[in-house]
Design a protein around this ligand. Structure first.
Ligand SMILES: [Zn+2]
Length: 300
């Protein structure tokens, strides 16, 4: 199934295909701990509760259950000395999602069209800051690998920000909107495997706070890294132990550990508040998406 045809999450699909997994997840101690400890975010409109995982990713209950199972499996594998990550280049910073050992990426030729929902922002100035910074962040990724973003500004004035991207405009892959998550995250994103209704980038009021210690364009470069399918850099071995522990199941190490990666959190004295795309990030992104289109002479 192409990701674009997907209407359920990968987690819902996994539980549908293997119902005993669901039972296993419900009785899992890790799931109970995650639910107890998780911050909850309610999106407007449907009242659906999502759980905040890894600082800037929103999971529904199915996804949290699957995440718990993956975490347990990874712990068991670690104890048994088995690697759970697909190593594309063992000598070699970027980590890709790789469910079932296959790396996730958007289909070649797909233009990642998005709009910035003006009416969701309290002020015109905030909307403009996000629009401008997104243009810079998308340009940064386009400059390092073969991906194309397009701001479909004609859809920015959609009347209802709770509409799904597909309901706002044809060919829209994702929407960007403001949501007051009370500082639980600065911004939050999605992965390519998410169903179209969940393909949103959220901006919290803390993004605009004068004391924000991260580069604002960098925060969006980081979130767009998730949109392209990249996981957090600090989840791999080699990262300082104080960095958050996350599931390393179903990932592919694209390059060597890079403490300055755009996908690294600021933890354990490493990570950079600039959230710039590093030389190693470029190598990793090109392994998945190829050379930037601007570096190619495209012949028809
Ligand atoms: Zn992140």
């Amino acid at each position: 199934m192409h990701a674009s045809e997907r209407t359920t999450t990968l987690a819902a699909q996994a539980f549908h295909d293997t119902p005993e997994l669901r039972e296993q997840a419900r009785s899992s101690d890790t799931f109970a701990e995650l639910v107890d400890g998780a911050q909850r975010v309610t999106l407007d409109g449907d009242g659906r509760v999502l759980f905040l995982v890894e600082g800037d990713l929103l999971y529904d209950e199915d996804e949290l259950q699957l995440y718990a199972l993956q975490r347990e499996a990874a712990q068991r594998a670690r104890l048994a000395g088995v690697a759970t990550a697909v190593d594309l280049d063992p000598s070699a910073s970027l980590i890709a999602m790789a469910p079932g050992g296959r790396i996730v990426r958007w289909k070649p030729g797909l233009v990642l069209r998005y709009c910035v929902l003006r009416r969701s922002f309290p002020t015109q100035q905030q909307y403009e800051v996000v629009r401008t910074n997104l243009a810079a962040a998308t340009e940064a990724w386009q400059g390092v690998c073969g991906i194309e973003f397009e701001h479909a500004a004609a859809h920015d004035d959609a009347p209802d920000p709770s509409l799904e991207p597909g309901e706002i405009g044809p060919g829209l892959v994702f929407t960007v909107r403001y949501i007051d998550a009370e500082g639980l995250f600065i911004a939050a994103a999605f992965f390519p495997t998410y169903p179209p209704a969940r393909r949103r980038v959220f901006i919290d009021p803390s993004y605009f706070a004068p004391q924000l210690r991260f580069d604002r364009i960098g925060v969006l470069r980081h979130e767009l890294g998730h949109v392209l399918g990249f996981r957090h850099e600090h989840i791999r071995s080699g990262a300082p132990p104080v960095c958050p522990d996350e599931s390393t199941f179903d990932i592919a190490n694209l390059t060597a550990y890079d403490p300055q990666s755009v996908m690294h959190y600021f933890c354990g004295g490493v990570g950079s508040p600039d959230l710039a795309i590093t030389a190693l990030d470029r190598v990793g992104a090109q392994k998945v998406y190829g050379l930037p289109f601007s570096s190619l002479l495209l012949v028809q």
